[in-house]
Write a protein that binds this ligand. Structure first.
Ligand code: ADP
Ligand code: MG
Length: 484
């Protein structure tokens, strides 16, 4: 970005609350059902129906509010937001306007080592609309109303972010939090976590905000970053050419990596909000808040600090291991089941396990090697039965079978050779067979040491204890001179 300009970004994030039924009806919310099999008369707003508020959606909203230190409104009100769109046949969306359930709160983020607090203006409950389907209808549009009435919590941030990177870090942190809390499954492909990004720019040092554009419905972290960066550049170009930004709603086109105007921005009064006459105000009592507060899980920030203290982790590994509750639980299960030093567990979980999951496109919950089986492997490394290198082979075999580490080590004869007599015999043979290299090493070419280690490992199919090999080689060949 041109350094004379500063970007200002605020995000509106729609999180789908993981309730079994809709926010105002008993229809199911499960994803992927046949179109129009999960929308009932209430979701369609047919004449004469009456919505009934889902208590679980309220609890989940309150859970979120408490987790971000927000004020929970003792009384909040549902309002009708009136607009026409094919995926909203009833002509209005039930949302909250003047009195949202969650008031001002905040989320602390860490951007490349620098801490920052992002304000959250509010979070309100609302129902989702249906979905337009543009494929398979030969130039026409199909409407699937299964999603109509699905509970959403719309989380609105203050315009506190100053770069696309900050916005994405905030979004990831929020994604992590709602999954920790168990209020949203976070599945972005299925639309459970969607972002509208509001972007403006202003000359550096100016207090007032510039005119913003809102980029709608971006459904991946990567696209949010790209869309915002594109938008920042677009606005700077216009302003530098003497133009004006118009307040509007834009769409991000991932194929072209650009944003396009969709419609001019509507004002709140265009929607003719009014309190829904069919729904009573929502009253949240202190006792409910206290009960929910008591049942909150350990939150990511607290867990991270505990991991640093309890397992001696650095900040980066602590971040990785607490990035989801499932991963943190897996790690702690490995530490406690193995009884080996935490550092070994950390290296394996952040390295081999996450690497293999990533390669296979799996989540920790789908890891083929359970925490118990991994613990069994780490015990054999810790007690020197196998080397770290052989352990990687054993791990690969565990990945594709149900066998325990001990079974594989036995079956494949992988037990490490630590017996100094056996290692000495191997090394003597290598020294005898390679007089040229011995000469080089003794004349100061330290690098040749690695050659001998390699030969010893090769001769033992990698089973020689590396520490023993090193020790024996130094004994036989002398200390490396340090000269080149
Ligand atoms: P609306 O309801 O019309 O979308 P809001 O005032 O509720 O508008 O703001 C929506 C989002 O836009 C919030 O996340 C807010 O932080 C952000 N926002 C408001 N003004 C600006 C601005 N000038 N530049 C960037 N973001 C902004
Ligand atoms: Mg908006």
């Amino acid at each position: 970005m041109n350094s004379e300009w500063e970007a200002v970004i605020g995000l509106e994030i729609h999180t789908q609350l993981a309730t079994k039924s809709k926010i105002f009806s008993g229809a199911a919310t499960a994803y992927g059902a046949e179109p129009n099999t999960q929308a009932c008369a209430v979701d369609l707003g047919l004449p004469g129906v009456l919505p009934v508020l889902n208590g679980d959606a309220v609890r989940k909203a309150v859970t979120f509010g408490l987790a971000i230190d927000a004020e929970i409104a003792p009384q909040s009100v549902f309002a009708r937001k009136n607009y026409f769109y094919p995926d909203l046949p009833k002509g209005y969306q039930i949302s909250q306007f003047e009195l949202p359930i969650v008031g001002k709160g905040h989320l602390d983020i860490d951007v490349d080592g620098v801490g920052k607090r992002v304000g959250i203006t509010r979070a309100h409950l609302e129902e989702d609309a249906g979905k337009s389907l543009h494929e398979d209808f030969h130039g026409l549009t199909g409407i699937d109303l299964n999603r109509a009435g699905t509970p959403l919590l719309e989380i609105v941030s203050e315009p506190d972010m100053r770069s696309a990177r900050e916005a994405v870090v905030y979004m990831r942190k929020l994604h992590e939090l709602v999954r920790y809390l168990g209020i949203c499954d976070g599945n972005m492909q299925e639309g459970s976590f969607r972002c509208d990004a509001n972007v403006s720019v202003r000359p550096k040092g100016r207090q007032e905000y510039g005119t913003r554009a809102e980029i709608k419905n971006i459904n991946s972290f990567r696209f949010v970053e790209k869309a915002i960066n594109f938008e920042i550049e677009r606005q700077i170009d216009i302003l530098e050419a003497g133009g004006k930004i118009v307040q509007e709603t834009r769409l991000y086109d991932a194929d072209k990596d650009e944003t396009r105007s969709m419609r001019s921005k509507e004002e709140a009064n265009d929607y003719r909000y009014f309190p829904d006459p069919d729904l009573l105000p929502v009253l949240i009592e202190e006792s409910l808040k206290a009960e929910i507060r008591a049942s909150l899980p350990e939150l990511p920030a607290a867990k991270k600090q505990r991991f640093i203290g309890q397992y001696g982790l650095d900040g980066e590994n602590a971040d990785t291991l607490t990035s989801s509750r499932e991963l943190a639980d897996f790690y702690e299960a490995v530490v406690s089941a193995s009884g080996v030093e935490a550092r070994l567990c950390t290296n394996w979980v952040t390295g081999d396990v996450l690497g293999a999951l990533n390669k296979a496109g799996l989540e920790i919950g789908q890891c083929p090697v359970s925490s118990t089986r991994l613990a069994g492997l780490l015990q054999r490394i810790a007690d020197n039965t196998i080397s770290g290198k052989i352990a990687k082979q054993v791990f690969d075999k565990m990945w594709s079978s149900e066998a325990s580490a001990d079974d594989i080590i036995q079956r494949e004869g992988l037990v490490q050779i630590s017996d100094s007599g056996a290692i000495e015999a191997v090394i003597d043979a290598i020294i005898a067979a390679n007089p040229g290299q011995v000469e080089q090493y003794r004349s100061g070419k330290d690098k040749v040491f690695g050659f001998f280690v390699g030969q010893a490992m090769k001769a033992t199919q990698g089973k020689a204890n590396p520490a023993e090999v090193n020790k024996m080689l130094v004994e036989k060949l002398g200390q490396p001179s340090g000269a080149e």
